[in-house]
Design a protein around this ligand. Sequence first.
Ligand SMILES: Cc1cc2nc3c(=O)[nH]c(=O)nc-3n(C[C@H](O)[C@H](O)[C@H](O)COP(=O)(O)OP(=O)(O)OC[C@H]3O[C@@H](n4cnc5c(N)ncnc54)[C@H](O)[C@@H]3O)c2cc1C
Length: 428
Amino acid sequence: MESRNIAIVGGGVGMLSILDHLSKQVDGICNISVFMKNTTGIGEAYRFAPDELIMNTRNDSINFFDHIVDFKQWLKKHHNDISSEFEFIPRRIFGSYLHLVKKKILNKLRLKGHRVEFREEIKEIDKKGTIVTQNGDYKYFSAIFVSVGFGTDTAIKENTIKIRNIPKNGTLNIVGSGLSAIDWIILTNSIRPDIFINVVSKSGLFPAVRSSFSSSDYPNIIESNEELIKKPDLIKFLKILRNECKKDINYGLDDFINLLIPNRSLSEELSIAQKRIPVWQPLLYRSTVNYKDFFKALPEYQKKYLLKRRSKFINRRGMFPVKNAKIIHELIESNRLKIESKTIPDDEISAIDTINCTNDNLAMYEFLDRINIDCLDRNKIVNNNFKACVSRNLYLLGPATNTVNFFTEVSSLTYVHAEHAVKDYLNH
Ligand SMILES: Cc1cc2nc3c(=O)[nH]c(=O)nc-3n(C[C@H](O)[C@H](O)[C@H](O)COP(=O)(O)OP(=O)(O)OC[C@H]3O[C@@H](n4cnc5c(N)ncnc54)[C@H](O)[C@@H]3O)c2cc1C
């Protein structure tokens, strides 16, 4: 059998996932070239960063590489003080766990006779499937898996300089109020406790605060309903979700409404999350196992509806820990932070006293352009198996395909998507 020449672009969880699925699924020998930027840690999410930047995923929900290195055991051995199932560990620590996972996967691949080489950042993928690197080298591949996160790295150094340069008792503006804005608020507070933080975003609201629940204790709404699997329907799904919520006669209906129309301030969110579990939280968190097939099979008009309302509904799954919410709440209470709903012009977003946390995906679309992917319709970049271009066997994973899949982008889903992509490639 001829050996396969495979390229992986990006050095994050996406790369690890592709390598792992190749090691499990492929027959014969592969020559694998991984093109990546040099970063410390694994990818953008889990690179070396200050310890204030913690995971949004609780320890007990991290298990997708357990078959390589058992995460809980590893954590207990190396960081016993933060190994409880309720903890949210620093992202750099998860990065060091992933380093060990990477080492083991590479060993496994090499023992099976595969060759893996690590190369520099790519500049372009042409229409024939040739990768051109920043150094001008080029090489053709029979399949290319691209997983470059948001297509850009957070400007940790540049943003930190901006924060340090704010005059004493001055104001830092943060545009955006999602998970990355929360990171920068937490970090700013630790570097410059003297300055005022002004947060502006379209919604003027932070994401939901994750209450203390163990997701495995709750049913998966989609999986546990045969009718929904047979005939996916958003209205039916919402009705079931509402009925589940209404089982809590005190708060259920309010919570369900709050899921669809978020309107609770951070202090309300925090106070609720500390006292009880908002009914929709574990239900939505769990309802992802079959989410890909479910959302893909929805009628077209329902998909359009969902895409329009992503930030109000689908993004609600991206919650943040009480630990961080407490810090932000204290800042608000002590008049050191204000959040308001406002749209900011582009030139103000790049001002020297402003940090951009809008994740507007511009870098991603610029990157897609460089790899010759026509993304006129952003919702149809990839097919069901994450293939973006049939003639080049080009697969796209991670945030690039986020909207296409109607769901929050998280590492465990990137892992599942990689399995589909590798299977598709090997079957053709
Ligand atoms: C700050 C942050 C925090 C997150 N926290 C969580 C969390 O707590 N839990 C969770 O489940 N998910 C989290 N996520 C989401 C999760 O990281 C993604 O779903 C997943 O990491 C995507 O993996 P990836 O490999 O595509 O991207 P990344 O991890 O971003 O890695 C992509 C890599 O590609 C490199 N790259 C970019 N351009 C090129 C190029 N031209 N050539 C070569 N390489 C290139 C980048 O430098 C980067 O190192 C977080 C994401 C971010 C950004």
